[in-house]
Design a protein around this ligand. Structure first.
Ligand SMILES: NC(=O)c1ccc[n+]([C@@H]2O[C@H](COP(=O)([O-])OP(=O)(O)OC[C@H]3O[C@@H](n4cnc5c(N)ncnc54)[C@H](OP(=O)(O)O)[C@@H]3O)[C@@H](O)[C@H]2O)c1
Length: 244
C-alpha cells in the first residue's frame, strides 16, 4: 500500500485529487482538513483507505501533534501533496493597488500558503526516513513566479506563493542530503473551477479553465512521474517547466 498525505483534502482541487488517487486500490490517502466530522459518508466509501485528520494551517504549532494523531507510528509515508491555500476569504480580496495591502492579510496568506508547507514536512519527518522514493508536491501558482509577473496586484497571494516556491527549493536542497529518494517540487495546477476561482468567473472567460477532475488527473499524472531527477522543479500542469 502506498501512503499519501494530502493537505487540503476537502478543497476543490484537493478532494478531486483524493478521489483520483483512491482509484488505485493499492493507495491510501491520509487527508488533512478543517472539518473531518462533515465527511463520514465519504470516508466510509473507501473502507479504510481514506482517513481524515483535523488540522488548521493557521495553527502551525499544532502540526506535530495533529500528524501524530493521524498516522500510526510505524507507517511509512510515500508522498505529500500540499493542496491547501487561499486567495480570498471573509472580508479579504486580492489587492488591486498598494493602498489595499494590509499587514494582517499578508500575515494570514503567508501562514496558510507558504509557512504551512515546510512545517508540515518537518512534522512528517519521522514517517519519511525509510529508503523508498518519497515525493513532496506543493501546489503553488504561476502567479508566484517572479519572472512571469507582468501585471502586478494580488500582493499577498503572489508573494506567499513565491515564498512557498523558495521553501520548495530549500527543501529540495536539504532533504536529499539527509535521506535517499527525496523529490520536492512546486506545481501550478492550471486555472480550475473551484471556490477559489469562483469570484473571477468573468475574467476566466478569456482563459483555459479546467474542472477539478481534469486538474486532479493532471496533478496525479505529474505526481506519479516524479523521480529524483525532478527534484527542485517548478512544474506546470502539463509537465513542462515554469520560470521561478
Ligand atoms: N483554482 C485555481 O484556479 C488555482 C490556480 C492556481 C493555484 N491554485 C492553488 O491550488 C490550491 C487549491 O486551491 P482550490 O482551487 O482547490 O481552492 P479551494 O477549493 O478554495 O480549496 C482551498 C483549500 O485550502 C484549504 N484551506 C484554506 N484555509 C485553510 C486553513 N486556514 N487551514 C487549512 N486549510 C485551509 C481548504 O481547507 P478546508 O477544505 O479544510 O476548508 C481547502 O482544502 C491552492 O493552493 C491554490 O492557491 C488554484
Amino acid at each position: 500500500m502506498q501512503n499519501i498525505v494530502l493537505a487540503g483534502a476537502t478543497g476543490g482541487i484537493g478532494r478531486a485529487i483524493a478521489k483520483r488517487l483512491l482509484k488505485a486500490p493499492d493507495t491510501a490517502v491520509w487527508g488533512l482538513c478543517r472539518a473531518p466530522e462533515d465527511e463520514q459518508d465519504w470516508i466510509d466509501e473507501y473502507q479504510g483507505r481514506l482517513r481524515l485528520g483535523r488540522w488548521d494551517g493557521s495553527c502551525p504549532g499544532q502540526f506535530k501533534e495533529r500528524i501524530a494523531s493521524l498516522l500510526p507510528a510505524d507507517a511509512q509515508v510515500d508522498g505529500l501533496i500540499f493542496a491547501s491555500g487561499l486567495l480570498h476569504g471573509e472580508g479579504v480580496k486580492p489587492e488591486k493597488r498598494l493602498e489595499d495591502v494590509d499587514a494582517s492579510n499578508l500575515e494570514h496568506a503567508f501562514t496558510i500558503n507558504a509557512m504551512a508547507f515546510p512545517l508540515l514536512v518537518q512534522a512528517l519527518l519521522p514517517w519519511l526516513r525509510h529508503k523508498e522514493p518519497k515525493r513532496l508536491m506543493a501546489i503553488s501558482a504561476k502567479v508566484g513566479s517572479l519572472t512571469d509577473n507582468r501585471m502586478g496586484g494580488w500582493y499577498a497571494y503572489r508573494a506567499s506563493k513565491a515564498a512557498l516556491n523558495m521553501f520548495v527549493r530549500n527543501l529540495a536542497i536539504e532533504l536529499p542530503r539527509r535521506t535517499r529518494g527525496m523529490c520536492c517540487v512546486a506545481v501550478h495546477p492550471g486555472t480550475t473551477r473551484t471556490p477559489l476561482s469562483a469570484p473571477y468567473e468573468q475574467s476566466l472567460a478569456q482563459l483555459v479553465v479546467h474542472d477539478a477532475d481534469e486538474t486532479a488527473d493532471n496533478m496525479v499524472t505529474v505526481f506519479e512521474k516524479l523521480t529524483d531527477a525532478d527534484n527542485g522543479r517548478f512544474i506546470n500542469w502539463d509537465g513542462t517547466d515554469l520560470p521561478w
